[in-house]
Ligand binder design. Structure first.
Ligand code: SAH
Length: 345
């Protein structure tokens, strides 16, 4: 296992086997979670131990391939190259409540949602826990801005990489590491029902976001292939069970697509289906993706939709689009970069 994927307990055990006391493990762990690029930066670790560790557990770090900063709102997007050459993206958003990173959980995605750029090239591989940790660490290091919030809403489906994601959450939450509160973390899923049930058992204080995007199978089937495996009603039942287990209100995402899912009937059906489930609805005007003919709903359609939900007792906010001048949404930068590379060769 990569040293940065180890919990403090596991690292302590590994170092004990090397004849090292527990306090050393803690020192090394703290350095690693500050985003050092080499053991030589660990000033309070003896030189000999540093070279033994470097031999046994090489420190891998992502390389910045592109950095784009929005002139409008300060959003920064990083395209990283991982040790095996694959690229992923991380977005840093500056909200009034704190700096938030949106991280990728996989290289590419299997889910096939028709409006999403991340899935166009399929799934390449799942990220290791330390690679997700590195997204947070090195965004903080590179930007010089302290990170307090994390959303797992970048490239990939987090619940398709469940064990690694759970381990990442415990790493980033650890007091000797970044110590980011679970309440400051949101995880978004396209709706893998059995995995939602599994996650519920963990009873984490994170916010579960569910990408609903339609109130009925008729519409959802067309835009999200996952719906054929886990239909809308089964998904909403899983959300109710999740709430029952965790007592955490579910946050729903609803990308508003012109003429597809933005009618008043859709809003009313949604209200009916959400009855009795404590929820919050995030309405997101669709971000245009070059390869897709789908268009965002008009502003008036979004406002009307929001009003129907609010009047029906479901709090609904229209999400501000940050970074619209820098390809900041879901997989667009990675896609552009990969295409450029293909054209070059
Ligand atoms: N796989 C997870 C998390 C990644 S995507 C999921 O599906 O939830 C984060 C959110 O962005 C999801 O709600 C996704 O449906 C949405 N999204 C993807 N492409 C979009 C686009 N072009 N416009 C608006 N939202 C989009």
């Amino acid at each position: 296992m990569n040293i940065k994927s180890m919990t403090l307990t596991e690292l302590t055990d590994a170092m004990k086997e090397m004849g090292q006391p527990a306090f050393r493990a803690k020192q090394v762990y703290t350095w690693l979670h500050r985003g050092v690029r080499s053991y030589d930066e660990m000033q309070n670790i003896p030189k000999e131990l540093r070279s033994v560790l470097a031999e046994k557990y090489p420190i891998m770090t992502p390389r910045v391939m592109r950095k784009q900063e929005s002139q409008k709102d300060g959003t920064i997007k990083y395209l990283w190259q991982l040790s095996d050459g694959n690229c992923i993206e991380t977005v840093l958003m500056r909200y009034h409540y704190g700096n938030t990173v949106c991280i990728s959980t996989e290289v590419g995605c299997l889910m096939g949602c028709v409006f999403c750029a991340s899935t166009l090239g399929g799934l390449v591989r799942r990220l290791e826990p330390f690679e997700m940790l590195d997204e947070v660490l090195f965004t903080q290091v590179e930007s010089g801005l302290p990170i307090s919030h994390i959303v797992l809403m970048g490239i990939g489906e987090p619940l398709d990489n469940m064990q690694n994601v759970l381990r990442f959450l415990s790493l980033v939450n650890s007091p000797e590491g970044m110590n980011i509160s679970m309440r400051h973390i949101s995880l978004s899923t396209c709706g893998l029902v059995p995995k939602i049930d599994e996650l519920a058992k963990e009873k984490l204080q994170i916010t579960l976001s569910v990408s609903l995007h339609a109130p009925s199978d008729e519409i959802r089937d067309k835009i999200m292939p996952v719906n054929r495996a886990y239909p809308t009603d089964a998904l909403l039942e899983a959300c109710r069970r999740y709430y029952g287990q965790t007592n955490r209100r579910i946050s729903f995402e609803y990308a508003m697509i012109d003429g597809v899912n933005d009618t008043e009937e859709c809003a009313r059906l949604l209200l009916k289906k959400l009855k009795g489930l404590p929820a919050h609805m995030n309405l997101i005007p669709l971000n245009r993706v070059e390869e897709s003919p789908l268009k965002p709903s008009s502003r008036s359609a979004v406002m009307k939709f929001q009003k129907i939900l609010e009047d029906g007792g479901v709090p609904a906010t229209v999400r501000r689009t940050l970074g619209s001048d820098i390809d900041a949404s879901c997989g667009q930068l990675r896609r552009k970069y990969t295409k450029e590379k293909q054209n070059e060769s």
